[in-house]
Design a protein around this ligand. Structure first.
Ligand code: BGC
Length: 501
């Protein structure tokens, strides 16, 4: 490629030698997975009304959870905080010191593997394992020290309804987690009990969604940041609403101008299947998932599902009498559910060779399948269609929040494996935003756009710590809305001793 040139987000490829049966299938798939401009606009408009509905007393399918994170940091936050991130693959523990210098911090962190069995184990095993990791962290980094209670921001990236910031009733597991006895209950008491059992000097200050952490961490360094998004194993967004626009909080008589971060939980958008162009493959994904009927939007977009959609299409084509693909080959590996991840699709889309030789090798090594050139062309096209659909649908969510709030110019902080690693995701999203919002021809390239989606700061580390800091500051100022027990939140912490932060 010449210096300065950019790869286009889709490949022309040569379809000249592709036999008619495969070409017909390619056209059919293109039809199924393409979301044209008008559809994007229709989805966005419906999304805007669903965001509003989620804030009402009756509610809708998007939970729109108030998080009790009530404001942005101003850079003058100080103190030492722990942050815990319970991700799908790792558990990360950080100690973050927000220093006297405005907007600066020091961080130390350790990662622990999250054993796969935990995801479908028991609640006791989960909380016990997490508490063990925190204990190890404290013992390793603070051996033989007399510690005050350390305030903790716990990033729990699942839908939780919060009456207080240190409270969270799990609405439902997402992203393949299925631990019995947790849904419908406050996750904080069993977590705190596991810490107390081990005598770990930690006080949970804030239960944080990863999107809220992302929003706050990003706004810490960029005041134009208005939305925090995760495009990873799951997908979701958070933004700052004003309390006056949250009818379901009206009974609390909060000052209507007070800010309140809303964890949208937009993965649940269109659970009633009114507007999203679902394919038969999306329907299978849903049916076979641990929570059918939930997370309709997420299941078309998030990293956990992209590889599975791709696998289901290929298997269906193999079984389809109308076309010949992987003929007379052993498809046992391809038949295994969830055997392909989004990284597999990324690798296909990144194959730089005209003859798609890397894709050929990938199929041979991973699936034991030898592909012909026309099959490779179909495979590449399919990956492109699935990846592009995910990026374009994601843009509908971002555009909907901006439309709801009347924001025409702002930054959006995004994190997650799909955003950071999936080829062309950003530019495909920007192109879709342009189509939805009717930007001029020179916009929508992903740079200097009116609404620009940028890589976020560390939400589950610095973001969670900042939210803990903001919470303690609020308690000290006597602003106790959404704090379960202000006295006990401060008890034993350094903040209580000093009286100030
Ligand atoms: C969860 C959200 C989370 C998102 C991204 C979704 O499955 O419900 O709480 O923010 O994944 O991690």
């Amino acid at each position: 490629m010449p210096v300065g040139s950019r790869r286009t987000p889709s490949r022309k490829g040569s379809m000249a030698d592709v036999p008619k049966d495969l070409l017909d299938q390619i056209n059919r798939l293109e039809e199924l997975f393409t979301v044209p401009q008008e559809k994007l606009k229709q989805i966005t408009d419906h999304f805007v009304s669903e965001l509003a509905k989620g804030l009402t007393v009756e509610g809708g399918s998007i939970p729109m959870n108030p998080t009790w994170c009530m404001g942005f940091p101003d850079g003058n936050e100080t103190g030492t905080f722990l942050a815990l991130d319970m991700g799908g693959t790792n558990l990360r523990v950080c100690e973050i010191t927000l220093t006297e210098e405005k907007g600066e911090f020091d961080i130390i962190q350790s990662k622990y593997r999250m054993p796969e069995e935990l995801k479908t184990g028991t609640a006791d095993e989960l909380w016990g394992y997490i508490a063990d990791c925190l204990q190890q962290f404290i013992e390793y980094h603070h051996a033989d020290e007399e510690l005050d209670q350390l305030p903790l921001g716990f990033t729990f990236s699942y839908p939780a309804s919060q009456e207080y910031i240190d409270h969270g009733v799990l609405q439902r597991w997402t992203k393949g987690f299925d631990i019995e006895g947790v849904e419908g209950k406050d996750v904080v008491p069993p977590f705190e009990a596991a810490l107390a059992e081990r005598g770990v000097p930690i006080k949970l200050t804030a239960l944080v969604n990863d999107t809220t952490g992302t929003l706050i961490a990003s706004a810490y360094t960029d005041t134009q940041m208005k939305i925090g998004c995760i495009f990873g194993t799951g997908c979701n967004a958070a933004y700052m609403e004003d309390c006056g626009s949250i009818p379901k909080l009206a009974h609390m008589n909060l000052d209507p101008s007070l800010p309140m971060a809303i964890n949208c939980e937009w993965g649940a958008f269109d659970n009633e299947h009114k507007v999203l162009p679902r394919t038969p493959y999306d329907i299978v994904i849903d049916k076979e998932s641990p929570r059918p009927g939930q997370q309709a939007f997420e299941k078309m977009i998030a990293g956990l599902y992209l590889g599975e959609i791709f696998r289901l299409v290929l298997l269906d084509l193999h079984q389809n009498q109308d076309c010949k693909i992987f003929e007379d080959q052993d498809v046992s590996k391809l038949s295994k559910a969830y055997s392909l991840d989004a990284g597999f699709l990324s690798a296909i889309e990144e194959d730089p060779f005209e003859n798609l030789s890397e894709t050929h090798d990938l199929f041979q090594n991973k699936l034991n399948l030898i592909c012909t050139k026309p099959e490779l062309e179909l495979i590449r096209k399919l990956a492109e269609l699935i990846g592009t659909r995910a990026a374009r649908l994601s843009a509908c969510g971002v555009a909907a929040i901006c439309k709801k709030k009347g924001w025409t110019n702002c930054h959006v902080g995004a994190d997650g494996s799909v955003f950071n690693k999936y080829p062309h995701f950003k530019v495909r999203g920007a192109q879709a935003l342009k189509e939805i919002l009717d930007w001029p021809a020179n916009k929508g390239k992903g740079k200097n756009d009116p609404i620009e989606i940028l890589p976020a700061e560390d939400g589950s580390g610095v973001g969670a710590a900042l939210i803990a800091a903001l919470t303690l500051k609020r308690v000290q100022l006597g602003q106790n809305a959404g704090i379960r027990d202000p006295k006990s939140m401060l008890a034993g912490t350094k903040a209580a001793k000093k009286g100030t932060m």
